[in-house]
Design a binder for this molecule. Structure first.
Ligand code: NAD
Length: 260
C-alpha cells in the first residue's frame, strides 16, 4: 500500500514509534528511524526491520529538542529517499512531579521535544508534501492531550498544545492533499510507562504485575494495555486513501479512558 512512499518517524528506536515504523515498513514504505539508544542496538533494529520487511530503512540520531538538528534530520531524510511523504511526530519523554516541585529545566525540555519539536519538523516537511500534493502528518499526542492527570503538568501541556497545532496545520493544508491528525493513546506498555510502573511498585511495596494492574484500573476501563501494533494499524489507516477527508482531529485509542 505504501510502496514508493517515505516516512520519518521521530522517536522510533523503541516503543510506539518503532511499532509504527514496523507497520509502515511492512507496507513497503521507506523509513527514517530517529531516537536515542545504544548505537549497536539501534543498528541491529534498523537492519532487522529492513531484512524482515524488505523496505529501505535508515537512521538519524537528531535530538528533537534542538531545532538545527531537526532541520538536518529533514534534509537528511529528503537526501536519502528523495522525499518525505509521511511524518510521525512521536518522540517524547515523561516526568512526574507536582507543579510546585516540577524542575523548570525539565519543563523546558518536555515542551521543547514534544511541542516545539513537532512545530519544527512539520514546518520543514510541509513544503515537500505541498509540492507533491500528498502528505500525512500524524502527531502522537495522548489521552493527556484531551484530559489531565496530577503530577504531569509539562506533559499534559505539551500534549494539549499538540492538539491545537494539529488543528491549525489541518486548516492551513485543507485543500492540498495533506492531512494532519493526532492519535491519543491511553496506556501502552513501553519503556516510558514501565518507568511509572516501577515507581509505583517501589512506592507501594507491591510487585510490578500488581502495580501495572493498579495503574490500568485507575484510568483504562478495558484493563488492558493498548499495543504498539494497534497504534501502527491506526496510523496505516490514516495513511490510506480512505482517510483522505479525515483531518484536524484527535483519535483516542485508549480502552475507554476518555469515555469516562
Ligand atoms: P519510549 O520511551 O519507548 O519511546 C520514546 C522515543 O523517543 C524513543 O525512541 C526515544 O529515544 C525518543 N526520544 C526521547 N527523547 C528524544 C529526543 N530529545 N530526540 C529524539 N528522540 C527522543 O516511549 P513511548 O511510550 O513509545 O512514547 C512515544 C510517544 O508516545 C511519546 O510522545 C509519548 O508521550 C507518547 N505516548 C505514550 C503512551 C504510553 O502509554 N506509552 C501513551 C500516550 C502517548
Amino acid at each position: 500500500m505504501l510502496k514508493g512512499k517515505t516516512a520519518l518517524v521521530t522517536g522510533s528506536t523503541s516503543g510506539i514509534g518503532l511499532g509504527i515504523a514496523r507497520t509502515l515498513a511492512g507496507q513497503g514504505c521507506a523509513i527514517m528511524l530517529n531516537g536515542f539508544g545504544d548505537a549497536e542496538e539501534i543498528e541491529k533494529t534498523r537492519a532487522a526491520l529492513a531484512r524482515e520487511t524488505g523496505a529501505d530503512v535508515a537512521y538519524n540520531g537528531a535530538d528533537l529538542s534542538q531545532p538545527d538538528q531537526i532541520e538536518n534530520l529533514i534534509q537528511n531524510t529528503v537526501e536519502t529517499f528523495s522525499n518525505v511523504d509521511i511524518l510521525v511526530n512521536n518522540a517524547g519523554i515523561q516526568h512526574t512531579a507536582p507543579v510546585t516541585e516540577f524542575p523548570p529545566e525539565i519543563w523546558d525540555k518536555i515542551i521543547a521535544i514534544m511541542l516545539t519539536g513537532t512545530f519544527h519538523a512539520t514546518r520543514h516537511v510541509l513544503p515537500h508534501m505541498l509540492s507533491k500534493g500528498w502528505g500525512r502528518i500524524i502527531n502522537t499526542s495522548s489521552v493527556h492531550g484531551l484530559v489531565a492527570s496530577i503530577n504531569k503538568s509539562a506533559y499534559v501541556s505539551a500534549k494539549h498544545g499538540i492538539m491545537g497545532f494539529t488543528k491549525v496545520v489541518a486548516l492551513e493544508t485543507a485543500q492540498s492533499g495533506v492531512t494532519c491528525n493526532a492519535i491519543n493513546p491511553g496506556f501502552v506498555h513501553t519503556d516510558l510507562v514501565q518507568a511509572q510502573i516501577v515507581d509505583r511498585a517501589n512506592l507501594a511495596g507491591t510487585s510490578i504485575t500488581d502495580a501495572a494492574r493498579d495503574l490500568l484500573s485507575e484510568k483504562q476501563p478495558s484493563l488492558e494495555f493498548v499495543t504498539v501494533d494497534q497504534i501502527g494499524a491506526l496510523c496505516l489507516f490514516l495513511c490510506s486513501d480512505a482517510a483522505a477527508q479525515i483531518t484536524g482531529i484527535p483519535i483516542p485509542i485508549d480502552g475507554g479512558w476518555t469515555a469516562q
